[in-house]
Design a binder for this molecule. Structure first.
Ligand code: SAM
Length: 216
């Protein structure tokens, strides 16, 4: 299994709405490809319009596993109307609320990856509370407040299998660089301090950690 996505997958990633730059996408793809060898599902928190999901889905297809992606599709705080990351095209005109589910489904369909993804639509802690099986990879890219980032870590990191990977997005050690707050950085520090995870790589704001011990 190649560690870099084929050109059509990279093109689908770049065509999708979203915030992840290409270098971080390539690092995520490499991590997902490696983790897929464990033969367990890959899970993402924070689907948005499916930009990163395309990469996880293709890696899952290559490994013969399923990619799971969790989102309530109503947007994070910084994506709401009036905030820097708001995109008016993501608003459902009938309800006047954000709904990124249609754009996500279009992204996956265009990439030919629908069969390799299960979308879990709801609040991350609520879904995590129902989850009880090991995962090869958990990619945390959901809400960026301390409340949400901590809940995502506490809800999903326990399910990362031995040798599996925990990937955290938007880790900004320097407050000067951060765009959406430093909660992911605090979660990153907590994971390293737990003794359960060891850093494998850092690309831009993306951190890849491997489970090397029990707990969180
Ligand atoms: C930064 S975006 C994800 C970006 C995406 N991974 C990409 O590469 O384009 C964060 C997403 O997390 C979702 N989200 C925020 N808090 C959530 C929660 N508590 N439960 C479920 N989804 C949540 C938002 O709806 C939003 O779509």
């Amino acid at each position: 299994m190649p560690m870099a996505p084929p050109p059509e997958i990279l093109a689908a990633f770049e065509a999708a709405k979203g915030f992840m730059p290409a270098d971080e996408g390539l690092a995520l793809y490499a991590a997902a490809t490696e983790a897929g060898r464990l033969g367990l599902p890959l899970l993402e928190v924070g689907t948005y319009c499916g930009r990163s999901t395309v990469l996880l889905a293709d890696a899952a297809r290559g490994a013969g596993v399923t990619a799971l992606t969790v989102d309530h599709h109503r947007g994070s705080e910084e994506q709401q109307p009036g905030w820097d990351y708001h995109d008016p095209e993501t608003v459902d005109p009938e309800l006047g609320l954000m709904d990124t589910l249609p754009a996500f489904r279009r992204t996956l369909h265009r990439a030919g990856l629908e069969d390799h993804v299960v979308a879990l639509v709801g609040r991350s802690p609520q879904i995590a509370a129902l989850w009880n099986s090991p995962l090869a990879l958990v990619f945390v890219d959901g809400g960026h407040t301390d409340e949400h980032a901590t809940a995502d870590y506490e809800g999903w990191a326990p399910h990362v299998a031995e040798g599996g990977l925990l990937v955290i997005h938007d880790v900004f050690p320097d407050p000067v660089d951060e765009f959406t707050g430093q909660a992911p950085y605090r979660v990153h520090l907590r994971a390293l301090g737990s003794g359960a995870f060891t850093e494998v790589s850092a690309t831009g704001s993306l951190r890849v950690l491997r489970r090397t011990g029990p707990g969180i």
